[in-house]
Ligand binder design. Sequence first.
Ligand code: FES
Length: 652
Amino acid sequence: QNDPLVIFTPSGKRGRFPAGTPILTAARQLGVDLDSVCGGRGICSKCQITPSYGEFPKHGVTVAADALTAWNAVEERYRSKRGMIEGRRLGCQAQVQRDIVIDVPPESQVHKQVVRKRAEARDIVLDPSVKLYYVEVAEPDMHDPTGDLERLRNALREQWDVTDLQIDLATLQALQPVLRKGGWKVTCAVHLGSRAYRPRIMQVWPGFHDAPIYGLAVDLGSTTIAAHLCNMQTGEVVASSGIMNPQIRYGEDLMSRVSYSMMNAGGAAEMTAAVRAGMNTLFDQIASEAGIDKTEIMDAVFVCNPVMHHLFLGVDPFELGQAPFALATSDALNLTAAEMDLKLHPSARIYLLPCIAGHVGADAAAVALSEAPDKSEDLVLVVDVGTNAEILLGNKDKVLACSSPTGPAFEGAQISSGQRAAPGAIERAEIDPVTKEPRFRVIGSEIWSDEEGFAEVIATTGITGICGSGIIELVAEMRMAGIVDGPGLIGSAEQTGSDRCILDGRTYSYLIWDGTADGGPRITVTNRDIREIQMAKAALYSGARLLMDKFEVDHVDRIVLAGAFGAHISPKHAMVLGMIPDAPLDKVTSAGNAAGTGARIALLNRKARDEIEQTVRAIHKIETAIEPRFQEHFVNASNIPNAIEPYPILNS
Ligand code: FES
């Protein structure tokens, strides 16, 4: 007679086991993903399964009502104390008697798939660095001189196969009373470590401790610092928050901060202290929003550009301000929160993704992790648009990377009526090609006309300026309406047929909105604004084009626009402007904040850290500053859209 057959769904894994085998044991032997924190003692309920009964022609089995053993005392006790969903059993207590089909619900899977957010390119499989383990520790004995820690380590090794554990002094100091209070039964939070550092016991609680473990994914930008607080056992984002980077008072852009450190003794240290203090404020904010204590946060992942990276670490960014732009280290870093002055759990670890090169930072590595060009069958161009554009081009055979100094024009800076994307900013625009009249949408108000045609500007108050996406759309629309020519000159009223083109010094400006009668601003696009956008977009395009040269291709299969700003760029306008190479519009997508997504992937899946470290080692870095063709592309790309490169797909 054959042993009973156990079939697990949804994995489809199956095997025969002697009657009396607990379902948890069968799952482990078959490699089925079934969770357990208490090691099968009927305490944690993480092992819940749903047995199915009846006919299963697909699996070739009939499951009898007595296929599993009846409820035992442990299972009954759990059910009466905590309650269980109808039809569920504890996998560690229910034993197989006859052929059975077992469903493992998503919440009982260790490596659950985290629900994918819109615009995310890949699934996140939960496999966090910090895990809880319940253990029973041998009591001390006059005949056995080992210490309590050694016996705890033995228990973790024997019961959970976790070895080579380190412990912080503070955790050690609390250990003996906790073990005794728990009656030698304790729950440990263990940071599982990686190739680079050893696992570590972070905290020990008496008895069975069942509370969420939290982690932070932080995108440290030069303008803003944004963080997501995640429940590391479910993958859920429980709170998100952001603050302005307090380093802004030392300089708006990266190079001015590097100059500040060069010109002022102790300047770099001041900026390090400012950003770390800002982080602590942000962490207070996010913890209070989630209603938790920030000492419950045990792990944090950071992504940032190289200058932010160095200043955060307390490394003077001096070398990044001059050729050959040497990084202090490009490796990923595993540090403690305490050594970075971050007030989280006293044993919290932090992880910084690797940098790709002196100008291509951990933020670009996070984009590579999120968008995975190295796994793409088709050739994908990934552009992370910010004050510095980070550009990746590649497929599963090869990935190239570079950065290009676009400057802050795409964020509305250095534009005469420019402003950040905030209420009052024009964010979308259209210009009627016949009447040359503009129509626009303003953040925080309903300005965009729903009427057919757009002959006039809808009267409004509260317009304050133009943000990055607005200026891109306006310049592209001005080009399409014949208000500005290929080289970037705004024509006169006679040349363009629009009274909105007004003489402004020695060049013309295009009047967008005149609110002066109501005490509001007069908003124009000046020829200087056009010039700023030309410079920024030419830098972006030339970087992308240079990578295409290196790849020996003249087109790409698809384009991904990343960065918070990338989410707001209209692909059509970006292409009309010649910011990005020609491609079918439906092949241009936005990945939203891909760097932030990459940070979240690295937070929730520890193997992703090894993966990105390997990927980054294989990426070929191109330094635009020393490539003669960059200049050539830049000159051509200064035209709108380009002096020599046609856009046949866009025009078709
Ligand atoms: Fe903990 Fe079953 S494994 S209750």
